[in-house]
Design a protein around this ligand. Structure first.
Ligand code: G6P
Length: 501
């Protein structure tokens, strides 16, 4: 398998991180001045839904990102001549809007300093750890906050320019929590939806934030504020009651000016059928066979796939696996672990430290308990394309998803979607949003190493009958709740609610 490169995940919610080999042709990109172009449906997200590619002749081009969010929204965006506002990922790049496959791409420029303060700083070293149970220490810096405010205003201003009268604007994720309020001030005619892809923390944690009031007011600029789980929506409603003193009733918040804001859970999902079909291809089956062979044709193949992030519990799960081997519960001749770790946020200190810690652990475990020519842990610090991911999912007997906290975790759903029969097993942390829906998984608490070991062993060695019973229910759940249904539910609610206000 060839890595898809050290690329980042484009779509807000976690999924496989592949970029190239995605089977998508580079879309036709027309560059034209877009002054005055407006759209009736506008998506605002930190990342754009396109990646830059270099043509053989050296010229630059754009290719659609393979992520689920982009694909789910593509039909709506195309049908309505929609626009997507976001950042290219590069510094100091001031590009004109351009058309890509019928979608208006509106780049927002960030300076190198803003990338440090708004993106790496406030978004990923303040909000990210704070919203994920403080599993790493959040840093509070006033200059990061200033940059966050400034950049959020820039995104909101772009949206205000691009949205036609009465348009729907859908704002995504923690990087842009102030956009709804600024946008409403600029354009009260718009229908504004907001979806948070990561957990919304309990008030006790949220209240550490020196700018807690501004964030709550920022979000309340939306008509509809969506969360991954009812727990997240309840945390938010409680915060609004306690800190902002607005009355709330069954997810409806009443503001002093009489405006109402709806808050609700919309558990995000994946393109289930597409994953299933990709995994069903004969080439994928052959690739899956090859993967098993390459890791020594083990009896039990365990798989972990994550962005290399301290919230994912990678360290804990590898330790648990290592102990299963060293205490004799699993034979190194029988069991192999493949851990794919997608490079991520590599300039942020906590991520550098995590990478060192994990690589040291993998080296130690392979040195201590591996067999010559057969490391017990195959660790890949890279990203693979969708085809390779489907093959890995098909190959794995046990998928191990052990986050300490996670908004949803789409990798768990992708694994289920790629099963071709009621087989395989999912070990899942109760602290992933997905645990609310995927109740038939082998559930674990990632802080309890002994329990994690026991469940990993059970998942590997359970009877085919038990595995089939669990997997049948899991597959039905993931097939019945795909990303199209998620997007339709959110947009229907937004339309209905905004119309009635
Ligand atoms: C998570 C976040 C997204 C983010 C993605 C990749 O899924 O919810 O908003 O885009 O991680 O992270 P990055 O920092 O590379 O955008």
């Amino acid at each position: 398998m060839s890595p898809a490169g050290r690329s980042r995940s484009t779509e807000p919610t976690e999924t496989t991180n592949g970029r190239s080999h995605n089977g998508k042709k580079s879309g036709s990109t027309t560059r034209r001045p877009q002054k005055g172009h407006t759209a009736s449906f506008v998506v605002v997200a930190n990342r754009l839904p396109v990646d830059r590619v270099t043509n053989p002749d050296g010229s630059a081009d754009w290719r659609s990102s393979p992520g689920g969010l982009v694909t789910a929204l593509e039909p709506v965006l195309r049908a309505q001549g929609g626009a997507w506002i976001g950042w290219t990922g590069a510094a100091e790049e001031d590009l004109d809007p351009f058309d890509h496959d019928g979608i208006e791409i509106v780049p927002v420029a960030l300076s190198a300093q803003e990338i440090r303060d708004y993106y790496e700083g406030f978004s990923n070293a303040t909000l990210w750890p704070l919203y994920h149970d403080v599993v790493a220490h959040p840093e509070f810096h006033r200059e990061w906050w200033d940059a966050y405010r400034r950049v959020n205003r820039r995104f909101a201003e772009r949206a205000a320019e691009v949205a036609e009268p009465g348009a729907i604007v859908w704002v995504h994720d923690y990087q842009l929590q102030l956009v709804p309020e600024i946008l409403r001030e600029l354009r009260p005619d718009l229908k504004i939806g907001y979806f948070l892809h990561i957990p919304f923390p309990p008030t006790e944690l949220f209240q550490q934030l020196p700018w807690r009031r501004e964030i709550v007011e920022g979000l309340l600029g939306a008509d509809l504020v969506g969360f991954q789980t009812t727990g997240g929506a309840q945390n938010f409603a409680r915060l609004v009651r306690q800190r902002a003193h607005h009355p709330t009733q069954r997810g409806s918040i009443e503001l002093p000016d009489g405006r109402r804001v709806l808050t609700r859970a919309y558990p995000i999902s994946i393109q289930t059928r597409e994953f299933f079909e990709l995994a069903s291809q004969p080439e994928t089956a052959a690739r899956a066979e090859q993967v098993r062979h390459d890791v020594g044709d083990p009896k039990y193949l365990f798989l972990g796939v994550d962005r290399l992030d301290y919230t994912k519990g990678i360290y804990q799960r590898l330790r648990a696996f290592g102990e299963l081997i060293s205490d004799g519960s699993l034979d190194p001749e029988d069991a192999a672990f493949v851990q794919v770790a997608n490079p991520s946020r590599e300039r942020v200190e906590e991520y550098k430290k995590l990478r060192d810690d994990i690589e040291r652990l993998v080296g130690r475990l392979n040195g201590e308990i591996g067999v010559l020519g057969r490391p017990v842990i195959n660790y890949m610090h890279t990203s693979y394309g969708r085809e390779d991911m489907a093959a890995l999912y098909r190959a794995a007997d046990v998928m191990v998803v052990t986050p300490l906290r996670d908004g949803m975790n789409l990798v768990a759903k992708e694994y289920i979607a790629c099963r071709q029969a009621d087989d395989g097993a999912l070990v899942l942390s109760e602290f992933a949003g997905a645990a609310r829906e995927l109740r038939q998984a082998y559930m674990i608490n990632p802080y309890d190493i002994n329990q994690m070991k026991a469940r990993m062993l059970e998942a590997a060695t359970d009877s085919p009958r038990n595995k089939a019973r669990r997997m049948r229910i899991l597959r039905r759940q993931v097939f019945d709740h795909d990303i199209d249904r998620w997007a339709t539910n959110f947009l229907d609610d937004l339309n209905d609610f905004a119309r009635s206000r």
